[in-house]
Ligand binder design. Structure first.
Ligand code: MLT
Length: 387
């Protein structure tokens, strides 16, 4: 047996696991401490009643012989796939066939698994900093990685790769910097991919936070993108499904990868739970939409509160508009992890160290707006005592 030695290049622990370990160690030493969690982007608002009701009904169906179901289609139930097209794409003038929509258990696993469609010799361009799953899964596959630095100097807007990249991961609105690309900027990436025969894996997990009309919600709003882009979306951050687990991935036939992805899913994925798919369907009902809009408004206001509070204290802050993440430069004398530890030990605040998203994230921390409002208010009060 030869084990996959590429794993040796990964950081010892996954970023959010490392944060958990440090927070748990602190909690063990200080059991009475109230930790203020602004680290991982995990939702805190309960699910809207219409979604809970749909799940109850689905569970009830499974309890009776007449309505019981076993395995569903690996690619998801047609009623959910069609609803996704009707509600998320048709209104933006995007034409998709039902068999281009694949229901998933959430974006995270598909973002890594999609790389199985490409030979390990294909190189991959990844924004630096970015959500660690792209980098980690590319390292596991032993791929050559082209980092695309996103810095203060370039306004966190990456430049096109100087060499040919076979695969490109783009996450917009961006996790962790909160950056967005306007239509004309995204158009340049689609043109690059068409010229270089690259594929863009477009992570649109945060599209529900977009408010600016010049920022596309889907890469398919750009002409020609269906030839070169796979889009990955999630109900986690938009509808609060981090526990329920449901998302979807669009693999257009024009990419030449659609049949491969179906083949892969049929072998390796037994489908998303029926209850989760009924819950996802309920997000598109009028009551579901109202409940989700209220939760999104809460998170958007929390983002403004965090950004405003940090700016008032003199911190240099980016993001937080069109995105739930606030990217904050650490004070002089600290790096990402030492400021993380400082905030944990002096204010009992948990944030995310920027360097955990890539080397170019050094010197930053990320605050998540998916936090409890009272905790955020308390965190800002405590931080005032250390500036
Ligand atoms: C994050 O905090 O970056 C995300 O919530 C992590 C995830 O979605 O897995």
């Amino acid at each position: 047996m030869n084990r996959n030695i590429h794993f040796d290049q990964l950081p010892n622990r996954y970023l959010f696991k490392e944060i958990e370990v440090r927070a748990d160690a602190y909690k063990t030493l200080h059991p009475d401490a109230h930790l203020l969690r602004m680290g991982v982007g995990d939702v805190t608002r309960p699910l809207p009643a219409a979604i809970i009701e749909a799940m109850h009904q689905a569970v009830e169906e499974l309890a009776h012989e007449a309505t019981f179901r076993g395995y569903g289609p690996e690619e998801g139930y047609p009623w959910l796939r069609q609803t996704v097209i009707d509600q998320e794409y048709t209104p933006w003038g995007i034409d998709l066939d039902i068999d281009e929509v694949f229901i998933s258990e959430g974006a995270g696993s598909d973002l890594g698994n999609l790389s199985e469609l490409f030979l390990p010799t294909n190189c991959v361009a990844i924004l630096d900093p970015s959500y660690p799953a792209y980098m980690d899964s590319s390292i596991m596959a032993g791929r050559e990685i082209i980092p695309l630095p996103c810095t203060i100097e370039n306004g966190f807007v990456p430049e096109l790769p100087k060499q040919k990249a076979d695969i490109i991961y783009l996450c917009l609105p961006n996790n962790p910097t909160g950056t967005v690309l306007r239509r004309a900027d995204l158009q340049r990436w689609v043109e690059y991919a068409r010229t270089n025969h690259s594929i863009i894996i477009f992570d649109a997990a945060y599209e529900a936070f977009i408010e600016d009309p010049d920022v596309p919600h889907s890469i398919y709003e750009i002409e020609g993108a269906q030839q070169v882009a796979i889009e990955v979306r999630s109900f986690s951050k938009s509808a609060g499904f981090t526990a329920v687990r449901c998302g979807y991935t669009i693999v257009p036939k024009q990419t030449g990868l659609n049949a491969m992805w179906l083949r892969r899913q049929c072998t390796k994925y037994n489908g998303t739970s029926y209850v989760a798919q009924r819950a996802a369907q309920a997000t598109f009902t009028p009551e579901g939409k109202r409940g989700i809009a209220a939760n999104l408004a809460y998170y958007k206001q929390t983002a403004q509160l965090i950004a405003g509070g940090l700016i008032a204290m003199g911190y240099e802050v980016y993001g937080g508009e069109n995105a739930p993440y606030i990217w904050c430069r650490v004070p002089q004398g600290y790096d990402s992890w030492s400021f993380f530890d400082h905030l944990l030990h002096t204010c009992q605040i948990i944030c995310t160290p920027g360097v955990g998203f890539g080397d170019a994230g050094q010197g930053f921390v990320r605050f998540s707006a998916f936090s409890d409002r009272k905790d955020v208010e308390e965190a800002l009060k405590r931080m005032k005592t250390i500036v």
